[in-house]
Structures are given as structure tokens and as C-alpha cells.
Write a protein that binds this ligand. Sequence first.
Ligand SMILES: Cc1cc2nc3c(=O)[nH]c(=O)nc-3n(C[C@H](O)[C@H](O)[C@H](O)COP(=O)(O)OP(=O)(O)OC[C@H]3O[C@@H](n4cnc5c(N)ncnc54)[C@H](O)[C@@H]3O)c2cc1C
Length: 415
Amino acid sequence: MTDTSMPDEQAVTIVGSGVHGVHLAIRLLSDDVVSRDRLCLVDPSGLLASFRRKSRACGMASLRSPFVHQLDADPFSLRDFAQKHGREDELVASEDGADRPTTELFFDHADRLCEQHGLESLRVDAAVTGLSDHGAHVRVETTAGSFSSAWCVLAVGYGGSYSMPAWADGLPSSAPVAHVWDGCFEPSAVGDSERLGIIGSGVTGVQLAASLACPERDVVVFARSPFRTQRREAGTDWMHFSDALEALHSYPPASRGRERVVADARYDGSVPPYAMARFRRAVDRGWITVEATEVVDATAAGGTVVVTCRDGRADWFDRLICATGFGTPYEGTLLSRLRNETSLATGYLGAPALDDDSLRWRRADGTRSRVAVSGAAAQQVLGPFARNIVGARQAGNILADVIETEPAAPPTIRG
Ligand SMILES: Cc1cc2nc3c(=O)[nH]c(=O)nc-3n(C[C@H](O)[C@H](O)[C@H](O)COP(=O)(O)OP(=O)(O)OC[C@H]3O[C@@H](n4cnc5c(N)ncnc54)[C@H](O)[C@@H]3O)c2cc1C
């Protein structure tokens, strides 16, 4: 049962119960860093709801990452779960030998962990609207009231920010145009014989097109740049504490230099080979058409949308879905607010100035606050995999140590 009441004070508050928030909670409980009664997750959505919705929206059949990238403290927990339940066939073989779980297996295992740790009863069903830094504690403001916490970890993902093409701005809200990450997009609502346009040739656009392709439906993918295949989102040296991270940390915190290193390291828009193969099969069957051009304008016309392309061509669709990615991880509502309303330091593009050793957000005077960050917004410290599950595991290692070595005041932690 979800906790709708506000605690008076808390030892550890995790804002966000997505992949990062859930992994951190499991980590802190498994390592006995904090007792259940001193930990809460604040999120108006259900546990893992955001990742589940996005995976479903783009028709993701299996994860891109290997089975050791899962939410339990024990890296082999998902494999053991698959074996115990006779579901080894849901560990899909990969070109590099690192088997990947099907999406269903990943979430069944994650749900089991949430159940085992009773995480739903630790969730406060509210959105965090602000934080104020009081030195030894943080005041957490939410839509359901406020409370104090010795530690507050922000694990808010992209905080709802995603990237729409500029031409979509002028369209009326009734136009049949959506972003795949918009909560309103529902793949099962796409009609069998709809003429469908998909903007974007990265992993999301490719998976979405392949999952919606069928003989009755015209699916057209607009690919302004050539398809690029890559197994992962960046080089594997970024998965370990390596020279690559040291080089990243040689730039000042929250700087343009760090942002550039991360952007250069990410294979953004790349598609893993298995997803590309499924897409190509649908293209070969004539179920998907690829247009190697960019949509530059769109007009709503009697329940359809008419697009104009850079090469001068025009086309019409019953529905247009933008698979055009996220904005920057610093643009979400909460981070924008903290940037404007607190003395927590920010830098280039509004990135939080985090301490490299602890992920603690520095104040304008350089001291370390008790607000820390896990997820995409920590990419200037953890590198291009910060947003991924392996990034959650790296952040979990760091934060478990930090919170354990600097508890609020006994008996608050290990109570
Ligand atoms: C389709 C897709 C496939 C992916 N596949 C993989 C993969 O195979 N392997 C991999 O390692 N990574 C993968 N990723 C990347 C990453 O693991 C996911 O994006 C993951 O969801 C990130 O977790 P998160 O907790 O940071 O964010 P989210 O899962 O988005 O969770 C953030 C949570 O914070 C909450 N929140 C936001 N603002 C507030 C607020 N103000 N107050 C309270 N709560 C708030 C939201 O409601 C949400 O529940 C994939 C991503 C996508 C989109």
C-alpha cells in the first residue's frame, strides 16, 4: 500500500521511484545502511512506472544491456530468477556473449524485488515541488506537504522533458501529432489501417516502427541521417572507473568541457544490431518505407497531418509520432526550480555542480550539501552511462558509502 501521509522527518528521501530510485532503495536496505522506517521514495507515479510506460510505448521486446544490469544488489539476481522460474529462454543471446533479458523478464524480476523489499509501502504518493538546504538537513516540499530529511537523493530521470521538433510548435493541440514519451501516446490505440509517420531513426524510432509494422498499415520512417548500429550507448570503458572518467573529471564541474566529453562519448541515435535486423525484415516485407529526409513543416488538415520535407516532397498521415529523444537532463521541472530558487551551484546548460567523489550537489560557496543526484543529471560525474542501469549501480555504490559514513545523527540511521 502506498503511503500518502507525510513523515515528520526522514533519514533518506529518494525523489523518484524509477530505475535509479528503486535500485538505490534496494541497495540501502540490502546493505543495512538505513532501516525501512527511515527511508522513503517520493513519486506520484508507481514504482518503475516511467520506464515501463516508455518500454511499452516504443515496443521494446528486450533490453539493450546485459542481464547483470538489473536492480538487485547481487548482479546475478536476474539470471538466478530466470533459472528458478524456468525462464532461461528469456535471456536473449547477444553477439558479444552478454545475454540480455526480455523486457517482460526484466520487469517481472524488478517487480519481485520491489515486493520483497516492500517498496510500495515506502512510496509517498506526491511530487516534490522544492527543496531548501538547511545545512545538516534538507526541507522537502511536496504536493502533499513538507518534511525534513537528513539526505535527499534526486533520481528524477529527465523530469518529463523531451525534445519536439520546432515545426510542431505551431500545430493545434488537436493535431494527430505526439511524442512517443508523451504519456498520452498509446500504441494500442493506433488503428490497423492508419497511415503512420515516424520521425527519427534512432533506437526508439526503429523499435517503434518495427513493433507497429503490419501488412495493413503504411508506416513511413523519416530518417534525416543514416542508420548507425552499435551494441551499446557508449564504449564499455565508461562502465568502469577508468582513465576515461579521470579525463572527464579533469574539466571543472558543471562545465561545457564535461558536457562535450559526455556528448562525444555517447553513440546517440545508434541502434543495436538485433533491433536493426527486426526493422530491416519489416522493410524487406514492404511494411515500412524509409524516407531519407527531414520533415521541416507540418499542417493539421481535417484529422490528418500534412508534412513538407527538406527535399520539397509532401506527404500526409493519420498520425505522426516523434521519436526525437529527450531534452537535456537539466531541463525538468524540479531541477529548473532548484536552479532558480536555491543556492545550489549550477553551470553550463544548468547542470548541477556535483562532487565527483560523493555525487553531492555543491553549494555556491563550494561546500557539499546533503542533496545528491543519481541518473542522467549526474552524467558530468559518471559519464555517458549515468542514465543507464549500470549508472544506477555506480551511483548506488557511491551513495551507500556516503550515507553510511556520514549518517544524520544516531539513531536516525541504522535505527
Ligand atoms: C525505451 C528505453 C529503453 C532503455 N533501455 C535501457 C537498457 O536496456 N539498459 C539500460 O541500462 N538502460 C536503458 N534505458 C535507460 C535508462 O535505464 C532508463 O531511461 C531509466 O528509466 C532511467 O531511470 P531513472 O530512474 O533515471 O528515470 P525514470 O525511470 O524516468 O524515473 C524517474 C522517476 O522520477 C519521478 N519524478 C520526476 N520528477 C519528480 C518530482 N518532482 N517529484 C517526485 N518524483 C518525480 C518520475 O515520476 C519517475 O517515476 C532505456 C531508456 C529508454 C527510454
